[in-house]
Design a protein around this ligand. Structure first.
Ligand SMILES: Cc1cc2nc3c(=O)[nH]c(=O)nc-3n(C[C@H](O)[C@H](O)[C@H](O)COP(=O)(O)OP(=O)(O)OC[C@H]3O[C@@H](n4cnc5c(N)ncnc54)[C@H](O)[C@@H]3O)c2cc1C
Length: 500
């Protein structure tokens, strides 16, 4: 790294990883660990976005709620992601239709959109200015030159789910993202991005205002799920609750090992550059979020004139600074005009995904609920799940049954992790190869275009200097070649066929 990581200078950031988001965090609740036994209607394990949303919505419906958080509020993926909010799930929508059927897939998609609306409305209604909501949409860019697939995908999303999206041709993409690596794209107009940590801290404040009691540095160590009152053991005290929401994600670990084994952990890496100044516009002239492929991809956006760039995916957490150096090379490869960017902070975050890449939402045994497995598409889906579970627990809503086709499946323990790694390598490799082929095709094509243009220019020069014989031009020269000649710098044709 060129500069030291951003460091926390005040106590508010203690216990958080040093990231761009903690360096710019708003004041949030500072909650003491649980030191006394407690009886509540609902105990939520985990103060990430899923747990916080569920807790707030349950309390708003009049129930007493305690949240147990092993570390700090949103200290995990919820406070470390890059804040892109858009509808949908980690799974490809076509596969959702294939597995769940068209009608159910439409219901699921609407639920995922409701998650987007919840975030937008909460920020607006509660005046969470620190969450820094910015519009501009989301541009899903193809590194493979395949206009037909991009248009077909956009058409599918519009006609199947009513998504407000539009296919962009390569020229339009490159007018905004000045990179020869990029071809066509789909623009999702309603997407936006936020400061994820400040949103989570705002949500925690709203939860407390609704009556939720949050206990930080309080891991749930063991649970007795049998009986009407569930018992949860923490280091210094015990909680008894009528219902439990397990929202610990991939970190739930020892509390329910069988449940943890239904998730494959994946660690993703992020770098924040130093301010890039006006030169950033030479590379990126787009206010929204950007993603450039499903595997081996990069997701990024601007925060002022800094670039927040995420990439890399490992099954075991690697050194974030080392991976950060690779991300800097990725930035340089995609946008060489930025030169060698200076990285101010680099960090990692871990999320979990199920074998079917859909969230785990529902009741496992009477009174024990789960909200987990959101993968890399967790902002809208955690909001969605928190609301679904609150309605289920308090009002008996059965909306969660929409997720029935995506049951808990053992992810295969360490063998499953190996399979996931191989899959990522294989699929990432295929995509990278297709992207390389697209760029090579484009280079070859532009060489031919250049040769055509040069041939035309030579002919043009020959014709212009030779005395006119009154004979017709050779076939193929003239109308077709003139624009190419003009592009190559030949004088433009004037009406009447004379050079200016
Ligand atoms: C680098 C990165 C970039 C991402 N970018 C995006 C993006 O742009 N858009 C998007 O939609 N999604 C993104 N995601 C995914 C998204 O961040 C996650 O899916 C989402 O935050 C998961 O939220 P969660 O509440 O389920 O889990 P977490 O945020 O992991 O929260 C779980 C909490 O539970 C606590 N916990 C676990 N076990 C226990 C226990 N036994 N007792 C007490 N507490 C416990 C943990 O300490 C943790 O705080 C990204 C993720 C990463 C890592």
């Amino acid at each position: 790294m060129d500069t030291a990581d951003l460091t926390q200078t005040d106590d508010a950031g203690a216990g958080y990883a040093a990231t761009y988001f903690t360096a710019t965090m708003a004041a949030g609740p500072r909650c003491a660990p649980l030191q006394f036994d407690l009886d509540v209607d609902v105990c939520v394990v985990g103060a990430g976005l899923a747990g916080l949303t569920a807790a707030r919505e349950i309390a708003r419906r009049g129930r007493s709620v305690a949240v147990l958080e092993g570390g700090r509020i949103a200290g995990g993926a919820s406070g470390r992601n890059i804040g892109l909010v858009m509808p949908g799930f980690a799974q490809d929508p076509r596969r959702i239709v294939a597995r769940a059927g068209l009608e159910r897939a439409r219901v699921l998609w609407r639920l995922s959109e409701a998650g987007v609306d919840y975030i937008r409305d909460t920020i607006a209604e509660a005046g969470l200015a620190d969450a820094a909501l910015s519009g501009g949409g989301f541009l899903s860019v193809s590194k493979i030159d395949d206009a037909q697939t991009v248009e077909r995908t956009a058409h599918f999303l519009r006609t199947t789910f009513g998504v407000d999206c539009e296919a962009w041709p390569t020229e339009r993409v490159r007018a905004h993202l000045k990179s020869s690596h990029y071809f066509q794209a789909i623009h999702f107009r309603d997407a936006f991005h936020i400061h994820p940590l400040n949103y989570a801290l705002g949500l925690a404040r709203l939860a407390e205002e609704a009556g939720v009691r949050i206990f930080e540095n309080t891991p749930a160590l063991a649970m007795d799920p049998v009986g009407v009152r569930k018992r949860i053991q923490t280091p210094h005290a015990r909680v008894r609750a009528g219902a439990v929401v397990l929202a610990g994600g991939v970190h739930l670990g020892g509390l329910m090992p069988a449940l943890s084994q239904t998730l494959v952990p994946a660690t993703r890496y992020v770098v924040a550059t130093a301010p890039l100044g006006a030169q950033v516009a030479d590379a990126i002239d787009f206010a929204g979020g950007i993603g450039d492929g499903v595997f081996a991809d990069s997701h990024y956006r601007l925060a002022g004139d800094r670039l927040i760039w995420s990439g890399g995916l490992t099954v075991r957490e690697a050194n974030a600074r080392r991976v950060g150096r690779r991300l800097r090379r990725d930035i340089g490869r995609i946008f060489p005009q930025l030169g060698k960017v200076e990285i101010e902070s680099a960090w990692a975050g871990t999320f979990g995904y199920a074998v079917h890449r859909m969230p785990q939402v529902g009741e496992m045994v009477p009174g024990v609920w789960i909200a987990s497995g959101f993968g890399q598409h967790g902002l809208n889906t955690t909001a969605m799940a928190g609301n679904i579970l609150a309605r289920a627990i308090v009002e008996g809503s059965r909306t969660w049954l929409a997720f029935e086709p995506f049951e808990l499946i053992w992810a295969g323990g360490s063998a499953g992790r190996l399979v996931a790694r191989l899959q990522n390598l294989l699929l990432g490799g295929q995509e990278r190869m297709a992207a390389r082929l697209s760029r090579r095709r484009e280079r070859v094509k532009s060489r031919y275009d250049m040769e055509d243009a040069q041939r035309a220019q030579r002919l043009w020069a020959q014709i212009a200097t030779e005395p006119s014989t009154g004979e017709p031009l050779p076939a193929g020269v003239g109308a077709a070649s003139a624009p190419a000649a003009a592009e190559a710098g030949a004088p433009p044709m004037q009406p009447g066929g004379t050079a200016a």
